[in-house]
Design a protein around this ligand. Structure first.
Ligand code: MGD
Ligand code: MGD
Ligand code: SF4
Ligand code: MO
Length: 747
């Protein structure tokens, strides 16, 4: 086989900008509305300001460079930054397109027509904020401030979380947990007493073997992980990819295991069986650090590779061979924890199986496996204690979803329904930087809840679908026009990073911190806002950790010393934050809560004749639907395709590029057609539709109507019994060749 080089793998590794420019002349660093000088700006002379990319939640630190005309010309990764190591991914590079998007929200808007009609009038900030404060007070006084929920994502969330806590609500939730990584965190917390967090602390640069279960790194363009994986491959790391689709990662793998969807837990249990019964596990590590090994050994006895073959379609030989490959590399082996793990409902148990496998291989806390990340504690600006809410999301989840560790979006939506049986009810929503229509499954339910709200305010940068359901829309400026709180994420070395405005907010847009504060002041919460602006807060905070705003404006990223070692020494004593102080192969907490203490395989429905499982994922050039209107990125990829196996194409007489529609098991039909891509790279029982396309917001002129939406077709949801998160890979579709729609498409 040809040796893989880093450049071969993906373009991130070829100094972002140049690689992209060569690959596509459209994105050659001069935004198309600016004069097309072919000579790039001189970085040594251009004014630069530190920023943190908000195009996705890897949050790479970078510098924004301005041209002589004062406009941002390019964004380049900050060399000191561990998230990016100085290189941005194509999306971050194209972030300028978000700033100069002509379709941006420009002024505060207030609803004129019925919800969903998108008829708004432009109003002044005073009018909009007065109204938001008035409605907040009205609902708060009538039902209690707890009845107001904050649904959020991204950096803006922090400003609104402070506002919410100040007025007495802790009912905050984000799709980036319950629809994303919530199950994974619960799986690891119940094994190691610690979650994974972001960035994932895998030491792929030094791994000898990487196992990807569905994680499609390379299409999932999370910068640091992609770079680490490239370096690992260059150094000879073996990759094992388990995916019903031949992903980019699969194409770089020694083993591709095209698993039957929804059966991963069977494979994971069979791998444990092989490691234990072939005596391949790390005995010293297991003995010293784990609890419940004998229980596990008995538990996985029946889960033989032969048994797993009947569930997964993966040959017993291949299961054994891959298990041995992992054991050979141990402890420099990482079974990647995944990120979007809301798949089939038993997601906490599946990710726990991943956690257990890592323990059997002795990789947690070991070079080439998982490192111990560290962060620096930056104190909060002193404000008085928040009032104690009378109830929180926990009062809703504590009986049924005992492993939920944050607010659960879909449960707060359940509490917002007119016919909810829940004791605690939600009456109004603040929505910041999340497009619930695209990100929460069963959108009819979301819309029903929306209709029942007394009041909805949306803070966004774009007129995306969700803004159409607001009573008030508040235009936030983009990340390139604002300060935010410091990035203090955990990494190999503790770092802080600064985002500051590269340019002044365009139009009448305002930063999130300003919007939240103005609402707070109108609610009489001055004591929680003893500062004039965020600069004052940041400077105070930075001085507490021995630097200043002035210094950070120059360097953008500051690195601190670690306090503890990155890895465990051989035989070192270590206490895990679990009941037993050990890595719990047998989870005492899950047991006490009434859940399976060790993962048990359960069958999930498979598609009936004529139906295919709808699976989805990412395209490298976009982040969900949030970048589709970005002209640079849209030029690179304007629509998605439906991946269909040749056998299916033959059966249905499909031609490459033919437009089709999809109808799911509940009769829901896709609004827009999608072009077929016929490829052996997908199993015959599934179709693949990348997420984020099929935009229905007319005001987003570049994105509108391009490609098809997975999110319309996800009506059947399998709830994770531990965390309450929504498994969304549970939908089956038929492929229609005639247009079934004759009505106008509505958001
Ligand atoms: N069907 C389906 N559903 C999914 C997924 C899927 O693959 N398929 N993925 C799931 C996953 S993994 C996740 S993490 C979630 C993510 O789901 P979301 O949180 O909804 O996604 P985002 O793209 O972060 O949020 C999009 C909104 O943020 C706005 N926005 C962008 N930048 C800013 C800003 O700086 N300020 C403000 N105020 N607004 C901004 C955009 O205009 C847009 O309206 O979706 C989940 N849901
Ligand atoms: N370019 C880009 N990168 C992104 C994002 C983005 O929007 N754009 N979003 C970021 C976010 S928030 C997240 S959470 C991550 C998500 O990215 P990941 O956590 O890497 O991946 P998933 O979305 O869970 O899974 C997608 C893969 O799972 C496969 N798959 C489907 N069903 C099964 C199954 O039953 N078993 C197995 N083994 N595989 C299956 C699909 O074929 C696909 O390759 O990506 C992050 N990176
Ligand atoms: S991975 Fe890409 S889009 Fe995400 S923060 Fe980094 S540069 Fe931005
Ligand atoms: Mo996510």
């Amino acid at each position: 086989m040809k040796k893989k080089t880093r450049r071969d793998f993906i373009k991130i590794s070829a100094i972002g900008v140049g690689g992209l420019a060569l690959a596509n002349p459209v994105l050659d660093w001069v935004p198309s509305f600016l004069p097309k000088e072919k000579t790039p700006i001189d970085e040594s002379k251009a004014e630069r300001t530190p920023t943190i990319c908000e195009v996705c939640f890897w949050n790479c630190a970078a510098f924004a460079y301005k041209g002589a005309d004062g406009k941002v010309q390019k964004i380049i990764g900050n060399d000191s930054d561990l998230h990016s190591t100085g290189r941005l991914c194509p999306r971050g590079t194209g972030g300028v397109g978000m700033l100069y998007d002509k379709d941006r929200l420009k002024k505060p808007l207030m609803r004129v027509g019925a919800p969903g009609s998108q008829t708004f009038k432009e109003v002044s900030w005073d009018e909009a904020l007065d109204y938001v404060a008035k409605k907040t007070k009205e609902v708060g006084e009538k039902y209690g401030y707890e009845s107001i929920a904050l649904l959020d994502h991204g950096t803006t969330a922090h400003h609104f979380e402070h506002l919410f806590k100040s007025f007495g609500s802790d009912n905050t939730a984000e799709p980036a947990i319950a629809q994303c990584l919530g199950a994974r965190e619960a799986g690891f917390i119940n094994t190691y007493g610690a979650g994974i967090g972001s960035p994932e602390p895998t030491d792929l640069r030094n791994s000898k073997c990487l196992v990807l279960i569905g994680s499609h790194i390379g299409e999932n363009m999370h910068n640091g992980i992609v770079q680490d994986m490239s370096i690992g491959i260059d150094r000879g790391m073996t990759v094992i990819t388990v995916d019903p689709r031949f992903s980019t990662a699969a194409s770089k793998s020694k083993y591709w295991l095209p698993i039957k969807p929804a059966t991963d837990l069977a494979l994971l249990l069979a791998w444990m069986h092989v490691l234990i019964y072939e005596d391949l596990y790390d005995k010293k590590y297991v003995e010293q650090y784990t609890y419940g090994f004998d229980d596990l050994k008995n538990h996985v006895k029946k889960y033989t590779p032969e048994w797993a073959f009947t569930k997964t379609d993966i040959a017993p030989d291949l299961i054994r061979k891959t298990a041995r490959e992992m054991a050979n590399a141990s402890p420099a082996v990482a079974i990647h924890p995944g990120r979007h793990t809301a798949w089939y409902g038993d997601d906490t148990q599946r990710t726990r199986a991943i956690a257990i496998l890592n323990a059997l291989l002795g990789s947690w806390g070991k070079k080439g496996g998982y490192y111990f990340p560290e962060k620096i504690h930056v104190p909060h600006y002193p404000t008085p204690h928040y009032p104690e809410p009378k109830w929180t999301w926990k009062d809703i989840t504590k009986d049924k979803y005992k492993g939920a560790f944050t607010g659960v979006t879909n449960i707060l939506i359940d509490a917002s329904l007119p016919d909810t049986k829940l004791k605690h009810k939600i009456k109004a929503w603040y929505i910041t930087a999340t497009n619930l229509i695209q990100s929460i499954p069963d959108q009819e339910k979301t819309k029903k809840a929306i209709q029942n709200m007394e009041f909805i305010v949306v803070v966004d940068t774009m007129p995306s679908e969700i803004t159409g359901y607001a009573d008030v829309v508040l235009p936030e400026c983009t990340y390139l026009e604002r300060y935010d709180y410091l990035r203090t994420t955990r990494h190999k070395e503790p770092q802080i990073a600064l985002r500051m405005p590269a340019v002044k907010p365009m139009y009448e847009s305002k930063p999130g911190w300003w919007i939240a504060r103005e609402i707070g002041l109108r609610l009489g919460l001055e004591k929680y806002y003893p500062w004039k602006d965020l600069e004052e807060v940041l400077d105070w905070q930075l001085k507490q950790v021995g630097t200043s705003l002035e210094e950070m404006k120059k360097i953008g990223v500051k690195t601190f010393d670690r306090e503890e070692a990155l890895f465990l020494e051989d035989g070192e004593e270590y206490f895990f934050n679990t009941n037993t102080g050990k890595i719990e192969l047998y989870s005492t907490d899950l047991d006490a809560m009434g859940y399976d203490p060790m993962p048990v395989f359960k069958e999930h429905p498979q598609p009936e004749d004529g139906f295919y499982r709808l699976i989805y994922g990412r395209v490298p050039m976009h982040t969900f639907g949030r970048t589709i209107n970005n002209r640079f990125l849209n030029d690179l990829r304007s629509e998605n395709h439906l991946w269909v196996n040749p056998k299916v194409a033959k059966l249905l007489y499909l031609e490459p590029g033919q437009e089709v529609w999809l109808r799911n098991q509940d009769g829901v039909v896709s609004s827009y057609p999608v072009k077929v891509r016929i490829t052996e790279r997908i199993r015959f029982d599934s179709v693949y539709l990348p997420h984020g396309f099929g935009n229905k917001a007319k005001q987003m002129k570049t994105a509108y109507g391009k490609g098809a939406a997975d999110w319309e077709l996800i009506t059947k949801v399998l709830i994770d019994d531990v965390t309450g998160g929504t498994g969304m890979r549970s939908n089956f579709v038929e492929i229609l060749t005639d247009n079934p729609n004759n009505e106008e498409v509505k958001a």
